[in-house]
Design a protein around this ligand. Structure first.
Ligand code: ADP
Ligand code: MG
Length: 687
C-alpha cells in the first residue's frame, strides 16, 4: 500500500518519508519509537522528582512576566500536594492571558530542580475547562526519531492509521519467523510486537522498552540480524556458484619457496595453507576468511596462495588498506619472490604518471603478483587473468570494494578465488553475521619463541620516567616505538603533533637516534625511515598511528603509546602487536592523560590484563558496538534499523542455526526476510 493512500499524506510528505527509507505503509511500522512518554496518569506534583517526564495537573497560583536579559513568562502551578514553576522563554500575548491566575492546567514535561524548587521549562500544556473531564491517554505515547518537517503528531497520526490497517489485515506483514522458534523464545508474533511497540499499554515495562530489551523489540532485532546473515549467505552462495579457474598444480616454485624461508611454518600455518589450496583446486571460487591474531604469520600464507595461482598461470591481486601496510607487503613479497623470478607490480594512489601507466600495462599483460592499496580497486585497472584476490585487514574495506576488485578481469566470465585476511580479531559471533557463508580458517598458533608483551598503564604525570625508560632500553641496544595519537585525525595535524613529540624527545635524549614517520611523508621518505629503523640506525621511532598495521621489526621491544586513552581497543591491540615479535621480552607503556573516563579506564585495564585478541575483541564489542570494529560504518552495510550488535549479542549466537533451519525448512521466507529488512541485495554486488 502506498503512503499517499493514508489520510494526510501528500506527495511532499511521502517524499520526506522516502528520504528516510520509508516507501510503503508497512515500512512505517518498522520505524520504531526511541522513547515513550507516559500520559496515561497524572502525577501528584508533590511526588515529582527531577529528571522525570510526567503529566501533572493543577491550578495557577501566580503568573508574572520576569524581565532580565530577555523576558520570560513564569507560572506557578499547584495541586495541593506541591508547587512547580513553569517557565516560558518564548510566549505570546494571548498565552499570558490564557495562563492567568486560577486557570486549571494539564502539563507534560521534564521536571528539573530550579532555584526555587521544581520547575518545567516549556512544558506542553492544555487549559482545562473545569466542566468536562479531560480523558487521559490509554496507551504510552511513542516518541519517534524524526527528520525536519515531520512532527511527532504526524508520526503518531500516520502510524496509528497504519496499525489500524495492519489489524484489519490490509498490510502485507507476513509472519516470517517459524512458530516453533517464537514459542521457544517466548517472542510475540510480528503483529502483536508492532502493536505493542507503537502503542504500549499503560502498565508496559518501560525500562525494558527504553533499553530495547523487550521481547517485542528483540524479535524484530532477531529478524533483522537473520536477514543480514541470510543476505550475506546468499551473496556468497551466488558467488560460489560461479565458475572459477581450478588451480591444483603444486609447482617446484612452491617447494623452493618453502625451503628458502628462514623459518619453519607452524602447524597452524600449514593447516590453513592446505585448506586454501584445497579450495583453490575446485572450479568454483574460494571464499575463505583467514583469521589470525597479530603476528600469527598470515603473510606467508598469502604468499603460498599466490604461488599456487602463479603456478597455474593466474594473477594474484593483494590489497591492503594503508599505504604503509601495502608497502610492507611489497617489500616482503619482493624479498621472497624475486629469487623465484617473480617481480611484484606495485600500485598505490601515490604511483602516478608514467609509473602508473607502466604498472597498468604490466597488470594487463598478466604480471603474476600485483600488490597495492585500494588503488587496485579503482577504474582503469584491468587484469588479463585474475585468479586470486587477497584482501588483507578486510575489516577496513567494505563488501563493495571487494566486489569491485573481482570485476577486474578473469578469463571467460569466471570469477577469481577470494582470500580475506583479518588480524583485528572479530568475535566469532560477529563473524557469523558479517562473513556469513564464508569458510573460516584460524591461525591459532603464534610462531615459536614469542613472549607475551608486558603492559603497564601510566599517567602522563610520570612522562619523565617513561622517557628515561626509553633511554635505558635503547642504551642496551633495544629499539622502541613512540606512538602519537590525536582525537581529530587529520593527517596534517597528526603529523605536526608527532613532529612536536619528536622534537621533545630529541632534546631530552641526545644520545639516541630518533626517527619520525607519519602519513604526510612521501612513500620513498617513509621507506627510508622504515629501512633505517629495520637496520637499527634509528633506535627510537616516533610515529603516528600509520604504523598500526603490518609493520614488522622484530628487534623493537618497547612501545610507548601517548594518550592511549584516545584509542579504541582494536587499535591499541594492533599497535601493541608491533612489539613482541623478536625473542626478547617486550614491553608496552600506555600513557594516559587525566581525567580518565570510565570507558577509557576499562579499555586500558583490559589491555593490561590480556593480550588475547578474542577477549579484547569481545570487550570491544561490549564497550562500543561493532560498527567501527568492522569498519563498515562508511559502507552502510552493517547499519541496523533495530538491532544493536552490542545489546543484542545474545541473539547473534543463535543466528547461524536459525538461519540454517529457515533455509532448509522455510526457503520461501528467506527472500522475504531479506527484502523486508535490507531491500534489494544486488547493491552489495556493486551493481
Ligand atoms: P601477521 O599475521 O600479523 O600479518 P606476519 O605475517 O607479518 O604476521 O608475520 C609476523 C612475523 O613473523 C614476520 O616477521 C614473519 O616473517 C614471522 N613469521 C611468520 N611465520 C613464522 C614462523 N612460522 N616462524 C617464525 N617466524 C614467522
Ligand atoms: Mg599482516
Amino acid at each position: 500500500m502506498a503512503l499517499t493512500d493514508l489520510h494526510g499524506v501528500g506527495p511532499k510528505l511521502a517524499d520526506k518519508f522516502n528520504s528516510l527509507g520509508i516507501s510503503k505503509v508497512s515500512d512505517l511500522l518498522f520505524h520504531l519509537p526511541h522513547r515513550y512518554e507516559d500520559r496515561t496518569r497524572i502525577q501528584p506534583i508533590g511526588a515529582c522528582s527531577p529528571g522525570q517526564n510526567v503529566l501533572i495537573e493543577g491550578q495557577i497560583e501566580h503568573t508574572a512576566v520576569v524581565r532580565s536579559r530577555r523576558s520570560m513568562l513564569v507560572v506557578v502551578l499547584s495541586d495541593g500536594t506541591g508547587r512547580i514553576t513553569l517557565r516560558f522563554f518564548h510566549f505570546r500575548h494571548y498565552q499570558r492571558q490564557q495562563l492567568s491566575r486560577g486557570a486549571q492546567l494539564r502539563c507534560f514535561g521534564e521536571v528539573r530542580a530550579g532555584f526555587q524548587g521544581l520547575e518545567m521549562v516549556h512544558p506542553g500544556y492544555k487549559k482545562l475547562s473545569g466542566h468536562t473531564a479531560e480523558p487521559l491517554a490509554d496507551r504510552l505515547t511513542p516518541v519517534y526519531p524524526t527528520a525536519e518537517g515531520i512532527g511527532q503528531k504526524i508520526w503518531v497520526g500516520i502510524i496509528t492509521q497504519a496499525l489500524a490497517l495492519m489489524r484489519r489485515g490490509k498490510l502485507e506483514l507476513e509472519e516470517l519467523l517459524p512458530e516453533s522458534l517464537l514459542d521457544r523464545l517466548e517472542f510475540p508474533s510480528l503483529c502483536s510486537a508492532l502493536d505493542y511497540i507503537h502503542q504500549p499499554p499503560p502498565d508496559a515495562d518501560t525500562i525494558a522498552l527504553s533499553n530495547r530489551d523487550h521481547p517485542a523489540q528483540k524479535r524484530l532485532a532477531l529478524e533483522e540480524l537473520l536477514a543480514h546473515n541470510l543476505s550475506m549467505q546468499k551473496l556468497h552462495r551466488e558467488q560460489r556458484a560461479q565458475n572459477a579457474p581450478p588451480m591444483h598444480i603444486r609447482t617446484d616454485t612452491e617447494v623452493q619457496f618453502k625451503s628458502r624461508l628462514s623459518f619453519k611454518l607452524t602447524h597452524a600455518q600449514q593447516r590453513v595453507i592446505s585448506e586454501i589450496h584445497a579450495d583453490m583446486s575446485l572450479n568454483h571460487p574460494m571464499l575463505r576468511l583467514v583469521h589470525g591474531d597479530v603476528g600469527s604469520g598470515k603473510t606467508v600464507v598469502a604468499a603460498m596462495a599466490a604461488l599456487r595461482a602463479a603456478g597455474s598461470g593466474y594473477q594474484t591481486a593483494i590489497t591492503a588498506p594503508t599505504e604503509l601496510l601495502a608497502e610492507q607487503h611489497r617489500r616482503v613479497f619482493r624479498e621472497w619472490l624475486q629469487p623465484l623470478e617473480i617481480t611484484p607490480v606495485w600500485l598505490s594512489g601515490k604511483v602516478t604518471g608514467k609509473k602508473r601507466q607502466q604498472a597498468l600495462e604490466r597488470i594487463s599483460a598478466g604480471a603474476e603478483v600485483v600488490i597495492g592499496t585500494h588503488a587496485l580497486m579503482q577504474e582503469g585497472v584491468e587484469f588479463s587473468r585474475l585468479g586470486l584476490v587477497i584482501v588483507d585487514e578486510q575489516h577496513r574495506f567494505g563488501v563493495h570494494q571487494r566486489m569491485n576488485l573481482l570485476d577486474k578481469g578473469c578469463e571467460g566470465g569466471a570469477q577469481a578465488h577470494q582470500l580475506i585476511m583479518t588480524a583485528t580479531p572479530i568475535p566469532r559471533t560477529l563473524a557469523m553475521t558479517a562473513y556469513a557463508g564464508m569458510e573460516v580458517s584460524v591461525i591459532d598458533e603464534l610462531p615459536p619463541g614469542r613472549r607475551p608483551v608486558t603492559t603497564v598503564v601510566i599517567s602522563n604525570v610520570r612522562r619523565p620516567e617513561v622517557i628515561q625508560r626509553v633511554a635505558a632500553a635503547c642504551g642496551k641496544g633495544q629499539q622502541a616505538y613512540w606512538v602519537c595519537t590525536l582525537i581529530e585525525e587529520t593527517e596534517a595535524i597528526e603529523a605536526q603533533a608527532a613532529e612536536a613529540v619528536a622534537d621533545e624527545l630529541s632534546s631530552e635524549l641526545r644520545e639516541i637516534n630518533i626517527g619520525l614517520i607519519h602519513g604526510r611523508m612521501k612513500s620513498a621518505q617513509k621507506r627510508r625511515v622504515m629501512d633505517q629503523f629495520k637496520t637499527g640506525k634509528i633506535q627510537l621511532l616516533v610515529a603516528t598511528t600509520v604504523i598500526e598495521v603490518g609493520v614488522d621489526v622484530p628487534n623493537a621491544s618497547l612501545m610507548i603509546i601517548d594518550n592511549a586513552e584516545r584509542l579504541g581497543l582494536a587499535q591499541l591491540h594492533q599497535l601493541r602487536g608491533r612489539v613482541g615479535r623478536g625473542s626478547q621480552q617486550s614491553n608496552c607503556v600506555l600513557l594516559y592523560t587525566t581525567p580518565l573516563g570510565s570507558m577509557a579506564r576499562q579499555r586500558l585495564e583490559i589491555m593490561r590484563q590480556t593480550s588475547d585478541g578474542f577477549r579484547i575483541a569481545e570487550k570491544d564489542l561490549e564497550l562500543r558496538g561493532p560498527g567501527e570494529l568492522l569498519g563498515t560504518r562508511q559502507t552502510g552495510m552493517l547499519q541496523f534499523r533495530v538491532a544493536d550488535l552490542g545489546r543484542d549479542g545474545n541473539l547473534l549466537s543463535m543466528i547461524p542455526s536459525v538461519a540454517e533451519k529457515l533455509l532448509r525448512g522455510h526457503p520461501s521466507k528467506v527472500d522475504k526476510l531479506i527484502h523486508r529488512w535490507i531491500g534489494d541485495t544486488s547493491r552489495f554486488a556493486g551493481v
